[in-house]
Design a protein around this ligand. Sequence first.
Ligand SMILES: C[S@@+](CC[C@H](N)C(=O)[O-])C[C@H]1O[C@@H](n2cnc3c(N)ncnc32)[C@H](O)[C@@H]1O
Length: 417
Amino acid sequence: MDGAALLKAEKKLPPHLAKVLVYDLLFGKGLKCGGRWKVLVLKHRARLQAELARLKVRRKVSCNEDLLVPTEGVIQALQVPRYVRVNTLKTCKDDVVDYFKRQGYSYLGRAARMEELSSLSGKQFLLDPHLPELLVFPPQTDFHENRLYIAGHIILQDKASCLPAFLLSPPSGSHVIDACAAPGNKTSHVAAILKNKGQIFAFDLDPNRLATMSTMLVRAGASCCELANQDFLTVDPSDPKYSNVTYILLDPSCSGSGMVNRLPAEESAPSSERLQALARFQRKALSHALRFPALQRLAYSTCSVQQEENEDVVWDVLQEHGTAFRLVNVLPSWPHRGLATFPGAECCLRACPAATLTNGFFVAVLERQQECTRQDSSSSLPAEAEVDGGAERSQDGEGRGPRATRKKRRKKSPCVK
Ligand SMILES: C[S@@+](CC[C@H](N)C(=O)[O-])C[C@H]1O[C@@H](n2cnc3c(N)ncnc32)[C@H](O)[C@@H]1O
């Protein structure tokens, strides 16, 4: 635009609008708008095209994409595989695997180690070593036009974002709250785990995001959800409607600093004021969630890598609630753990492109302590952490979520000290 002196010649053209129009003209589907702006920009078409050609000669590149200077986020995004969650409300893993095989993909079976996920290429795909219904394809594989995606048989969801519902693992028939639910990927995952039996109370403040969520849930066949456009902090824990809520998923608004495909302008770390404001809300929301009287288990997650929004929130709220809740040591073989900022923080999971081949993420699972444990306990953390994450240790890694293992261990040792 500078080379073609567009803004000098057209003083009334707002710079932001100019960028959009020039983008559409040179890289997009052409100028679709009408009116005077189109006429005005089209007057400069030849000069703009000549400038673009000159730029490519100067940079010694032949295609437009090569003009992009990769930012750190883009480089990381290129390393993260494409994860595909099989929506078990509509289909099953074997049918989806067969479908992709018929499409010319080659299935390499269940990965034994995380490293195998980074060596995928071409049309190869694997079953994830941790999550039983998650298929893994090479980075940048695009399934947005795929028939199975359009029909809601597969959900395009990062592996880290599948962890909260998987680790919450409510039994079929449970009453669950999804406190900050839209656009609903985790809600539909919980619905699949419940097999649509039970009830999910899903809240979100943003009506537009809720509308998107509603469409998405229909597409996913999730029928056990009641959506409410309500501030979760105003939901009354003593309302009889929620008296059977035993599981809560809390994925509150966060800085999003773990997302690898953020815009370059968002890549710098969030300001300390913003972090403080977010952490205040996250603490309030977590503390509020723990007030639901029948609550047994809660998964807290963010797509942030900031300690202030993660370990600090969990530790502050655990302390505030005395010995009532404790952290569960989930997925022991997961390589990236909570930062050691308090005793037991390693029970939490962290995720990042380099260590786990996912977006940056944080998950903590809290469980109500049994009376006998509480009496013996001097802190809200067990001296010997419970081992959880049965899917990893099961023979085939399939069909057994974390809850299966939890039940088994409880029989042996009801009070963890
Ligand atoms: C990180 S997003 C949730 C993503 C969602 N769990 C998913 O997996 O698709 C956070 C959501 O919290 C909502 N939110 C923020 N403050 C809220 C509040 N006080 N009560 C309910 N929802 C809230 C935002 O509108 C946003 O949709």
